[in-house]
Design a protein around this ligand. Sequence first.
Ligand code: UDP
Ligand code: MG
Length: 319
Amino acid sequence: MNQSVGKKKISIVIPVYNEESNIEKLFNEVHSVLSHLPYNFEIIFVDDGSADGSLLKVRELTQKHDFIFFIELSRNFGHQNALKAGLDFSQGDCAITMDGDLQHPPSLIPDLIQMWEQGSDIVFTRRMEDKKLSWFKRKTSSLFYSMINKLSDLKLENGTADFRLMDRKVLNAFAKLRENELFLRGLVKWSGFRQVAVDYIPQERHSGKTKYSLFKMISLAFNAVTAFSIKPLKLIAYIGLSLFLLSLCFIPYVLISYFMNKTISGWTSLMMVVIFFGSLQLLILGIIGLYFSKMVIQSKQRPLYFVRDTNYPSQIHLN
Ligand code: UDP
Ligand code: MG
């Protein structure tokens, strides 16, 4: 029994998607850290439509401990939505989100709490450059952050992951968000609450494999940029304007050539122009399409997730 009167309560929110082999070890580590701290706590596992025995493992834990809760989503809604579900349900004075694969070291939890007690509303973490991670993962990750920073108005620091502490007032503010295609890292920065960073050395994934394929990373990056900036649309307008001005200069040349009877059919240059403008138009249409698709999805106002089952006592379904 960890509940005692007068103590502040910490919620730990862990999204799991096929993390069967990590859950027990993660729980043991988190529990041994928390049990030494003078706080009440709850651990909320959000099962994001796992196809393996993850939910079963979590349910077993809920039988043994009264501070463990599960939220079973009706299908796989994605990492960001699973996090939102856990945060919406949590009732602590603050909530800490972390991955279910032990890459986010539980030993950092006391540091996060200490910074929070010192007055920060959000304590986010920065993953330090780690030689153990594959070269590919490190490169794609730093490309991810530099692309977001260049193309949007956000300034995200390299290696900020979804391992962070948020105060109750931030959680209440976030509960009001109705934004589809969430990018929590960006929203945290955008929200403007008092925030501070803690650096950590990432661990290797305990077992299982990453759910963020290269394609998913690219899709998250597109999401992040289009959610926080219209810079790509402006860029399109600038390209359009420059090409228009360029073509104005080209017209006299074409006319003079015509009147001087120098119009020799040039297949190569024609092909180059066709290919260049063809692909440019596709690119531009694609970017406009990305924004348009965001409007279509948002206009439906669908909830971010559905809960199939939970043992959480609160009946408030904020989403
Ligand atoms: N996750 C999830 N739903 C998904 C994909 C991932 O809940 O659709 C969870 C996953 O179980 C893990 C966390 O999100 O706890 C981060 O995923 P992962 O470790 O695969 O990402 P990486 O650390 O490789 O970027
Ligand atoms: Mg991971």
